[in-house]
Every structure is written in structure tokens, then in C-alpha cells.
Design a protein around this ligand. Sequence first.
Ligand code: NI
Length: 173
Amino acid sequence: MTLRKIVTLPDPVLRRKARPVTKFDKDLQTLIDDMVETMREAPGVGLAAPQIGLSERLIVVEYYEREEDEENEDAPKKVWAVINPEIVKASAETLMGVEGCLSIPGLLGEVERHAEVHVRGLNRHGKPMKIKAKGWLARIFQHEIDHLNGVLFPDRAVRVWQPQTPEEEEDRV
Ligand code: NI
């Protein structure tokens, strides 16, 4: 596996609408594995292909599957690779939360997101998949899918600021 370089603002690829993935070949498998590796090394809990300079609709996420596990450090995390992901359902209920982004180092923002979303897409082999995500996991999916449309968290934030201490850094995506 190869670590890919994470691109940061003002790279224009981050503002482009990414194109759908159509080929489920060996190169795609390598790309997904590289993205998971790059996300872990960063470290981050999500990564979208435009963040490594590829304008394609592909995201990876690694987080607790169950909302109740968020407080439990020993709980296993799950890895998702979702191709051409779409939010097909979103709760009316929203939550405020603090987000950071691997492509915008040194900035945090308070962002309102749907508390629950249903995401539909294809898995790494091109088979349809559906994910029901709540809480922070739902936030990660919304943040990553925004990346595929050239939307970045400061666009949605009610306020942004520069963290003064490393402890202030949140899970980055
Ligand atoms: Ni991000």
C-alpha cells in the first residue's frame, strides 16, 4: 500500500464536483486500500478522493458503527469504502458539533448536521450498499459527501476558529 499526499486549500480539486466512479477494477481496489492507509496515518476518521487530488466520487470512513460505542475506546471501529455515495434520507433533527478537516489544517468550525442519515452507494466490488448512520458517524458521512460536491466545512459553519492547543483538535475528516 502507498500513502497518498493529502491536498489542502487552496487546491482547486477541493472545490470541484467529483465525477462518478464507473470502473471497479484492480486500480480501484488499490486506491481504496491506499485511502484507508492514508486516512489512518493522517490520522483521520474519514477521507474523500478529492482530498488526495482525485476528482472521483469515493469516500472511506473509519469509526464506531454504533453511537453508544463512541465513549468506549475499546470498542472496535468499522471501515467503510463507499463509491458514488448519496444521502437518501436525513433526519429533521440536527446537531451542532465541532469539525476539522485534513485539507484545512489549523481550522475548526461549529457545524450543524443531520442527526441521522441513510447513505446509499456501492461497495468496492460495485454491489449496492446502504448505511444508517447516527450521531458522529452521520456527521462524518455528511462531511465526506460534501467533499465530493466541492463543499467544505467552513461553508456550513456558524463560526470558525484556529485552535490554540493540540488538545483542541477534533477528529479530522
Ligand atoms: Ni474534510
